[in-house]
Design a protein around this ligand. Sequence first.
Ligand SMILES: NC(=O)c1ccc[n+]([C@@H]2O[C@H](COP(=O)([O-])OP(=O)(O)OC[C@H]3O[C@@H](n4cnc5c(N)ncnc54)[C@H](O)[C@@H]3O)[C@@H](O)[C@H]2O)c1
Length: 391
Amino acid sequence: MKTYRIGVIGLGQRIAHVLAAMVEVGWRLEVAGQADPAPVGAPILAQAGIPMGRDFESPEALLAAGPYDLVMVGSPNHLHFAHINAALDAGWPVFAEKPIVRTEEESLALAARLAKGPETQGGGPPLFIGLVMRSMPIVREVIRRLDAGELGELVSVDATEHLPAEHGGYLARNWRRRQAWGGSYLLDKVCHDFDIFGRLAGARPAKIASFGGRRIFTAERAETAPRTWDTGEAAYMFDPGWMGANDAFQSDMDVTDHQSALIEYENHVRLSFHANSHVGLPERRWYLAGTEGALIADLVRNRLMVRRALSRAKPERIDFGERTEDAHNGADQAMARDLLATLETGAAFPVTPFDSLEAGLTVMAIDRAMETGEMLDCRPMWARYDAALGR
Ligand SMILES: NC(=O)c1ccc[n+]([C@@H]2O[C@H](COP(=O)([O-])OP(=O)(O)OC[C@H]3O[C@@H](n4cnc5c(N)ncnc54)[C@H](O)[C@@H]3O)[C@@H](O)[C@H]2O)c1
């Protein structure tokens, strides 16, 4: 294996963790340089024993100092569009973090570029998106079981993501608290899940309703909300990073802290989703109900349970183990292996930029349905997307 020469735009916590996972699974790599005004990921990289490389004053300066075997984009979400386009213009293979972009306008513009461009037609630099759940063994098994017909036809899905309190506090203080930087709570946090739901449903959303708001991290609760754990430690005390706010309750946060959504897919698969960013009982769980069987994927405990509807036997349980502190449960390492296999052997990466765009547009539609308070007909949005693709 050659030593991969890597350039990084936005060396935050995420790219530092991904680089550490890459080294852990056997990549030979050198971070040749990075462009980041204040790299939040520096200590993580140092802990992994990976030198940061040259400090470039701008992404343009970094890109001009190629060649690179991979340019990794890990900037806040509002910068992805510019950084991905610049990296593709420079002609180096690109790995960019999710969500691929932040707005519908950016999604359509990137879709148009990718539909025409060599990136997806062969010959040009490829674009890989870090929708890391696609690489998780448990998620692969869910997809495999459904595709193998073990549940019959998928009828309905119930899904959740409930975050531990400190994670919610982080979102309320980090750049993700602002739509202008992060997009929305759901776009940043669960575009992963909606990517998989679209794959499982095998169709695009047709109609969406959503309700959500801010009832946890509010100025009204600033005085009364508990700020100490029952063990005596102070809560919400962490470095909030780039553009961080001082206080989780008194910031300029304009995204939701809890939200629910109902979706009917074009093929009449129905899905309900519930997310809360500050709970005592964390959960990320997908309940898939098919005509002939049901499956529960517990993504926090990394466990799967399956049983046919007409079975009186005990449910089949699979424990995937590999539980890690970051709740990614080995996903980063699995994605690092997938990416290496793609670059070394040409094996297909588990998710395409188009899957990523559709997942993003789905979540943006959920947010639009919430803002209008009306049920959203998704057809005009998909017509705009298909037009951008030249279909
Ligand atoms: N796949 C996953 O599971 C996962 C997990 C966490 C984050 N992410 C994604 O990774 C990305 C980064 O998130 P993070 O948690 O690492 O955030 P972070 O705040 O730790 O890092 C963001 C970095 O971008 C830098 N930055 C700001 N402006 C910049 C500019 N103009 N040019 C270059 N760099 C700039 C900041 O200084 C910071 O170091 C986001 O898109 C996020 O959604 C993905």
